[in-house]
Design a protein around this ligand. Structure first.
Ligand SMILES: [Zn+2]
Length: 116
């Protein structure tokens, strides 16, 4: 990551850590909600169940994002952050700033999307 300055790496790192903390906090709050079905009728119960499923789905999505954040932080530690994993070219800071968990350059990302 020679193309990134220390300050730029630090900025991305701080952003990733804050992002991670935010997700963890939100997940904790979602998990902490009491799942009480008592006192409600059938419709209320169905609503509560639907809400719970949404929460679980969000948590699943959050887990995936968390994995990407951890992976990016590990790459920063290893000094391999900011390089495309397909062609090894340097990913510009502007792209990393917009998408800190990006592990492909724009060119390779486009190729990947075409192949999907
Ligand atoms: Zn590439």
């Amino acid at each position: 990551m020679e193309h990134l300055t220390k300050e730029q790496v630090e900025e991305i790192k701080n952003f990733l850590i804050q992002w991670r903390n935010q997700i963890l906090q939100e997940a904790q709050e979602a998990m902490g909600e009491p799942l009480s079905y008592e006192g409600g009728d059938e419709i209320d119960r169905a609503d509560t169940e639907a809400e719970r499923l949404v929460t679980l789905r969000n948590l699943d999505r959050d887990r995936k994002v968390l994995k990407k954040i951890e992976y990016s932080l590990a790459k920063i530690e290893a000094g391999t952050y900011g390089r495309c994993e397909m062609c090894s070219s340097e990913i510009p800071f502007e792209r990393l700033k917009a998408r800190p968990v990006a592990n492909l350059c724009i060119k390779c990302k486009e190729i990947e999307e075409e192949n999907e």
